[in-house]
Write a protein that binds this ligand. Structure first.
Ligand code: FAD
Length: 375
């Protein structure tokens, strides 16, 4: 989105991707919980969508489950096909004039005479790209942040460590996402089943990093699947991390902006990061165009991007972070209680903040410590 937006504004853009294919390997459950949020950012093509979701089924630690329903086409979300979706975004960037280079790994960033020099290796060949400005969209393990001297370290408690299987199981409900909570099955996190159509689903687990151990996400996921989906066939296995630290202190430096997971912009409570990364990409692309047109890409100017993302969704991430910390202090009985209070309610098109407000109104005593985050 950053490359597309900057190229549309007339900048010369080079998009580097270290993998040989854009969109592969997928390290994502591909869920977008509110369809309109994606539609506001881009014209959605049907081929990007694996499934339209009608609602969710939430399972509390004691095994109770509740449904939340939306109307097809309105509430509910999408399960994307990120292999196609990510590639389509790259094509849109290319159509706007960006040069897309795959199998090209950025290996360093230096500054010289007010310019930035990106070192990269493209299919075995070294190259150097000179530019007034670099946008680091290089994910949770961002090197651009480190090269530019930004503090991107995270405590283990602020990383969600995940494992996910793409499975085939004819018993999967194609219309509903499922979420399973409980400190026994997923300490400090949850298990998800996101249907992808044709009996396929992303079945994954996210755990708080400080409560995880070697192979623990995979072990817990395997034991969940033995109990809940014994007939499922695993087609693909993956592992990955999600920043749940809330906003970094700074996501700009002279000539450099960070977006998406590189900037820790995913929601600390849910781990969802697709929409936020896309929104930040648009804001950074616009800021890049402004900076280049005034020939001033100093941090003082790029802070404008920082201000805009904070006021559009950064503030909400701070609240989500505080809510996450609070929810981590609850035990399974509290979760049973909270899930029960959602019975019969349609929460499928609620934003996180509306859901928190709703839960607060239903459970003021239990959630009293969240009162300052509500408005
Ligand atoms: C298991 C799992 C499940 C998830 N499920 C969901 C979900 O259902 N919904 C949701 O909204 N979010 C989900 N997320 C989070 C979501 O995937 C991320 O927030 C989102 O992909 C962030 O996008 P990004 O562009 O910032 O980073 P990424 O998608 O990680 O893209 C970064 C890109 O940079 C490339 N790169 C890295 N280093 C270099 C380099 N040195 N040179 C060149 N290229 C480089 C990488 O190859 C990669 O293609 C999930 C994450 C995980 C791990």
């Amino acid at each position: 989105m950053a490359a597309k937006t900057a190229a549309e504004a007339g900048l010369d853009v080079v998009l580097l991707e270290k993998r040989q294919e854009i969109g592969e390997p997928i390290r994502c459950a591909e869920g977008v919980s509110i369809r309109s949020e994606l539609k506001e950012l881009i014209d959605v093509e049907p081929s990007w969508i694996s499934t339209e979701i009608q609602g969710a089924r939430m399972h509390s630690p004691n095994g109770d489950s509740i449904f939340t329903t939306g109307v097809k086409g309105e509430g509910g979300g999408y399960i994307l096909d990120r292999k196609i979706f990510d590639r389509a975004l790259a094509i849109r960037a290319a159509r706007s004039g960006a040069l897309v280079m795959v199998k090209t790994r950025a290996t360093g960033l230096t500054r010289k005479d007010g310019q930035l020099i990106v070192s990269a290796v493209c299919q075995g060949e070294r190259l150097h790209i000179e530019a007034p400005l670099v946008i680091g969209a290089d994910g949770v393990e961002s090197k651009v942040a480190r090269w530019a001297g930004m503090d991107s370290k995270m405590k283990p408690e602020d990383i969600m460590v995940c494992a996910q299987f793409l499975v085939f199981d004819e018993g999967i409900d194609p219309d509903y996402c499922e979420f399973f909570f409980g400190n026994f099955i997923a300490p400090g996190g949850y298990i998800w089943i996101f249907p992808k159509g044709d009996g396929r689903a992303n079945v994954g687990i996210g755990l708080q990093g400080s409560r995880s151990g070697p192979r623990m996400p995979v072990r817990l996921l395997e034991s969940f699947m033995q109990k809940r989906m014994p007939k499922a066939k695993v087609l693909q296995v993956m592992a990955g991390g999600i920043p749940t630290s809330g906003p970094m202190k700074s996501i700009t430096s002279d000539g450099v902006m960070l977006v998406g997971d590189a900037a820790h912009q995913s929601d600390p409570l849910t781990g969802g990061g697709i929409i936020n990364a896309m929104r930040a990409g648009v804001l950074a692309g616009r800021a890049a165009a402004e900076a280049v047109s005034t020939e001033d890409a100093s941090q003082a100017v790029l802070r404008e991007y920082e201000g805009r993302w904070k006021s559009s969704f950064g503030k909400q991430l701070v609240k989500s972070y505080n809510a996450k910390r609070f929810f981590l202090s609850l035990d399974d009985d509290d979760f049973n209680h909270l899930t029960k209070s959602l019975y019969g309610r349609d929460i499928s098109s609620m934003h996180t903040k509306d859901l928190l407000r709703f839960l607060f109104r239903q459970n003021p005593k239990l959630l009293w410590n969240l009162r300052n985050l509500m408005f």
